[in-house]
Design a protein around this ligand. Sequence first.
Ligand code: WT7
Length: 667
Amino acid sequence: METHAKLIPPSEEFKKQAHLGRGQYLALYEQSLKDPERFWSEQAQHLTWMKNWNRVQETQFHKPIKINWFEGGVLNACYNCVDRHLNSRAAKVALYWEPDHPQEPSRAITYQELYEEVQIFASILKSKGVNKGDRVIIYMPMIPETAFAMLACARIGAVHSVVFAGFSPEAIHDRISDCGASFVITCDGGMRGGKLLPLKQNVDEALEKPHSVKSVLVVRYAKNPVIMHSHRDSWYHQEVRDFKENWLHAEVAPEPMLSSDPLFILYTSGSTNKPKGVLHSTGGYMVYASTTFHYVFDYKEKDVFWCTADVGWVTGHSYSIYGPLSHGASIVLFEGVPHYPSQGRFWEIIDKYQVSVFYTAPTALRALMKAGDQHVKESSRRSLRLLGSVGEPINPEVWMWYYNVVGDGRCPIVDTWWQTETGGVLMVSLPGAVDMKPGSTGLPFFGVRPHMLTPEGVEIRGPGEGILALENSWPGQMTTIFGNHDRFEETYFSTFTGLYFTGDGCRRDEDGYYWITGRVDDVINVSGHRIGTAELESAFVLHKNVAEAAVVGVAHDIKGQCVHAYITLKDGVVATEELRKDLAQWIRHEIGAFAAPEKVLWAPRLPKTRSGKIMRRILRKISEGALESLGDTSTLADPNVVEELIQSHSSTLPSANEKAPGFPKAA
Ligand code: WT7
């Protein structure tokens, strides 16, 4: 622990060229707290507005909760990401696209080309009857058309909801129903690590149940045979051809959007069984994505920026699309995975496009570190100047490997803490300005006022450990849960009065640095993806053989956490290996492959309190093999259950050292 808490200063070379020095960070931070209206109105001026706002901030963390930034302002997100760069950056590459397999042709799309593609896409959407405010589901692989689709929606004021291509037909259907989508954009298939994703087929299956969808637009890409339903489906390439032949449609002007008009919905898991439709507004979100991109990644015009996250997650929204493109940056979009076709894939791509800023997830780094340094060392990586990490705590060992082996000790690392709900980074050691601590997510970003509390809501001052909450709003804050403002208030503002509840535990050290210790609610973070235990459990009990299920997150050396499911079968059902596999398959179908359990454990009975609440804490300890620290079991309705579970699993349980290497655990 001691050794990990050391401060690592950025190199003099990096400092010299950085946007901010330490003094400037401190001064700006102070200003941002003292006069947030001034600070954020200055930042907002980096965007192009059609009409100025009346008030910078209209927010309230007391009921009725209100999040409204730049009230009265009018702008268009697509205009800010595309049109406004045509004067000075028309020939600059907006998007380098790298396919799953390196032997397939790559693409480079300039801002001029991006403009034309988005125009056509927007025009097709309009001709298909998509209007301002309509919800559009985007279920796509990581190809340029996905970016065109998002920007085209933004252009016409339609609200996109990107569904990660790893989600199942069931999950697509849930999302379509929840947001009442009228339109779906998908693809005949996508490639990931050499495997075909049957996207159109999944959409077809999702639409077998009652739904609100009027049309499905299908991009042809994988040349995978699909069934087209003539009344509902159309091919994108045919629409493009018609468009070009007839030139019927006039240019689609960017729709003037109020700052508070929604830009997108992104579903994320919480502590109930139903994913939440996190809604982001146009003005506040854009200002925050753009401002954080500038400072957090020390962005310079000549950078080539690569964020490896899929656009199906918020990281892809804010730091592959809206943040970088609002600056006219060149980004890399990669369809594939880190280890295919070789363990050196990431580093080859960095050399190929001369990537200067690289942003990825600890889970990928852990896997690549395990694969061995030789794969990294085969590449040059001289173009790199800054590295980033996001999605879960990064183990100090992995941090040091990233720093020394990937970055050759030259590049600062920004460990960025944020959430789907926050729209952009809230905590980071700003590069060049703030010394780094491996494993710590650093200090608050401008305007962010963190608080640390006990579960009872008592404020902890100075160093200590507690629950992380935030005192005031920031422009990237989600504005509501789509269609359910009550749930928004309940989820984020009812735990601590007047504060935004993050759901994360944290530690604050003597230097004021924050260390995220993981979720304190019933959310598991598997490879940086959020999965609610309640969501998994309710999926399990839909299976015909399952009576009851309890799910816990257990430390895993690559994924960070993995899912262990304790299953009580219905009377008369025999526990077989086959059923175990069937249950894992069931979760793939109900939610998606990334949520599949690592282990399915048979539980004749589950440990419950007298009031019937499942004590997952005990199950977690059993799974981790930490039997000596089971804690107080006296509140259990039947303490014998624990002994039973231990007995029945002694053969299948992992040894205690199957944990993530050396991450400082919560005390
Ligand atoms: C949760 C949010 C932020 C975009 C990707 C995930 C965890 C995120 C870090 C970090 C430690 C982190 C938190 C947070 N998390 N970044 N740098 N260090 N933990 O978005 O799916 O909304 O998940 O991810 O637990 O609450 P998300």
